[in-house]
Design a protein around this ligand. Structure first.
Ligand code: TPP
Length: 329
């Protein structure tokens, strides 16, 4: 257990991971009823990354995420109720029920809008960072993307431009080995994503994405570097998703990946491992852990009932919010 990380931060890391895990477990439970009006790309197994990065951010720091964005938004502070309502297509959803789980938005928490286009959030983060620099603000922009996004040209263009202009961006690649069903060895010549940063004069670090402390520490450095104007960083966090590319099944049943590989990664469960570390080091007691679990369960239940009570969107709202309505001001 790291002595450098204060106790309340360690507890915060655990709580954030637990909130993400329990919210998504509820989605897994409810999804088969076929009432959620959205595909869901589940984040179970990757929780340490969102928690470790976002605990270094303040409200005004921008977050640009992708199709697998539930955990990122929860870690940045988005209310679970408006997320759940969005999944059900309700008016109380964070995108008015018109976006679904891939288009979460939370301007209050500086989340301008997640992008379902692979790599789409990366240039948006660079744009947000450029705006922050031009306006003389201290806001940092963080973008989360998968290893599949590194195959897109926009990743390289964005790294190059951000480095050239010393923009306050943190690029976080969640390398879960697969893009849909395509293994990284079928798509990348070396598999060394962090190493590609050197070509752009950007520091790149590869970290155990199932270790929240390691992720917290390296992203702290990257966020500080960005905030003081030294420029961008790239973090490659190695991890694994437990569920299929989309939906609550595990994927190996369809032959998309080996069951044994999934079992090995499940042994490295970030939530379970961290819970054990907190207990053995005495940072939290079993009673405190149980109390936390009950509080989170209650929060998740409240999110579901908020969604249940929320009305359907009015048909008059159908095209509202799709086009800019500022009239060229
Ligand atoms: C530009 C683009 N190409 C293809 C797709 C279809 N697509 C959606 S998710 C995905 C795989 C993404 O893999 P990765 O970026 O590694 O993220 P992960 O799903 O592993 O978290 C693909 C190919 C898309 N949405 N956008």
């Amino acid at each position: 257990m790291s002595n450098k990380i204060p106790k309340e931060t360690l507890v915060g890391l655990y709580e954030t991971m637990l909130r993400i895990r329990m919210f998504e477990e509820k989605v897994v439970e409810l999804y088969p009823a076929q009432e959620m009006k959205t595909p869901v790309h589940l984040y179970i197994g990757q929780e340490a990354i969102a928690a470790g990065v976002c605990l270094n951010l303040v409200k005004d720091d921008y977050l640009l995420s992708n199709h697998r964005g539930h955990g990122h938004c929860i870690a940045k502070g988005t209310d679970m109720g408006v997320m759940m309502a969005e999944f059900y297509g309700k008016a109380g959803g964070c995108s008015g029920g018109k976006g679904g789980s891939m288009h979460l938005v939370d301007p209050e928490n500086s989340i301008p809008g997640n992008s379902a286009i692979v790599g789409g959030g990366i240039p948006m983060a660079v744009g947000a960072a450029l705006a922050s620099q031009i306006k003389g603000l201290k806001s940092v922009a963080v973008t989360f993307f998968g290893d599949g996004a590194v195959d897109e040209g926009v990743f390289h263009e964005s790294m190059s431009f951000a480095s050239l202009k010393k923009l306050p961006v943190v690029f976080v690649c969640e390398n879960n080995l697969y893009a849909t069903n395509s293994h990284i060895t079928a798509r990348h010549p070396t598999g060394d994503i962090a190493g590609s940063a050197g070509a752009y004069g950007v520091p790149g670090v590869c970290v155990d994405g199932n270790d929240p402390e390691a992720v917290y520490e390296c992203s702290k450095e990257a966020v500080e570097r960005a905030r003081k104007g030294t420029g961008p960083s790239l973090i490659e966090a190695r991890t694994y998703r437990w569920k299929g590319h989309v939906g609550p099944d595990a994927d190996f049943e369809k032959g998309c990946r080996p069951e044994e590989e999934l079992r090995e990664w499940m042994e490295k469960c970030p939530v379970k491992r961290f819970r054990e570390r907190l207990l053995t080091s005495g940072v939290m007691s079993a009673e405190e852990m149980d109390g936390l679990r009950s509080a989170v369960a209650e929060e998740v239940d409240k999110a579901v009932s908020f969604s249940d009570k929320s009305p359907w969107p009015d048909t008059a709202e159908l095209t509202r919010g799709l086009y800019y309505e500022g009239g060229g001001k």
